[in-house]
Design a binder for this molecule. Structure first.
Ligand SMILES: O=C(O)c1ccccc1NCC(=O)[C@H](O)[C@H](O)COP(=O)(O)O
Length: 223
């Protein structure tokens, strides 16, 4: 088993970003969505991205954003990835890849077998998919809700496409999640917070260490 890719999403302060980078986060997520407690304005996002550049991949998360909004983010932040976390369909994913040139991670809510079938429809279209819990219909935002989904729904996932597991992960359950799903990547937001939108440096470090330990081959003693 190779080392799992770890993404810490919804970072908004230099101190906790530094904790994530120092502990070995592979990807850091910056949220541009006004209704999120993790939303960061353009100038803050640019500064956080500069702090992370070359140390981890920079992911900008948007929800059904227009091209104009993505252009403004692209100019100010120069992300390595887009994470599309709204109702973007296959053609929108293709269009963002073609227009902006960076890889696209499409987030999909999983609540039933039908959702796994839908996720399989992004094979060869998205560069990666991120599988999250399906939000309730009355949710104020489509992600970052701390909800776990039934991981057995991934039994029918087409694993020829790279994916990350998300939704309600935390330092205590991420190891179990990796073993149960064999996910090549994991993503977390509220599971490393002390309050909505307030990342906790110690929890970030615990999460990254737990995820990396779960994906490292163990040498068993025969004694
Ligand atoms: O984090 C948000 O506030 C957010 C808002 C709108 C769309 C997506 C959002 N977060 C998405 C993420 O990438 C989260 O890491 C993912 O949903 C998992 O969240 P959590 O269950 O809180 O770890």
């Amino acid at each position: 088993m190779s080392t799992v890719v770890v993404k810490i999403c919804g970072l908004s302060e230099p101190e906790t970003l530094e904790a994530a980078l120092g502990a070995g986060a592979d990807m850091i997520g910056l949220v541009s969505f006004q209704k999120s407690p993790r939303h960061v304005e353009l100038s803050t996002m640019g500064a956080l991205a500069n702090q992370a550049r070359g140390r981890a991949e920079i992911v900008i998360l948007t929800v059904d954003a227009t091209d104009a909004h993505l252009s403004a983010l692209d100019d100010a932040v120069k992300p390595d990835w887009w994470q599309l976390h709204g109702r973007e369909d296959e053609s929108r994913v293709k269009s963002v890849r073609a227009k902006f040139g960076q890889p696209v991670m499409k987030a999909l809510g999983i609540g039933s077998g039908e959702d796994t079938v839908k996720a399989n429809g992004f094979v060869g279209i998205a560069d990666r998919i991120l599988l999250d819990a399906k939000p309730p219909k009355d949710a104020t935002r489509p992600g970052g809700l701390g909800a776990v989904f039934d991981w057995s729904l991934l039994d029918t996932l087409d694993r020829s496409q790279p994916f990350m597991l998300s939704g309600g992960l935390n330092p205590s359950n991420v190891g179990e999640a990796i073993v149960a799903t064999n996910a090549p990547g994991v993503d977390v937001s509220s599971g490393v917070e002390s309050a909505p939108g307030r990342k906790d440096a110690a929890m970030i470090e615990q999460f990254i260490h737990a995820a990396k330990a779960a994906s490292t081959p163990k040498i068993r003693s025969s004694a």
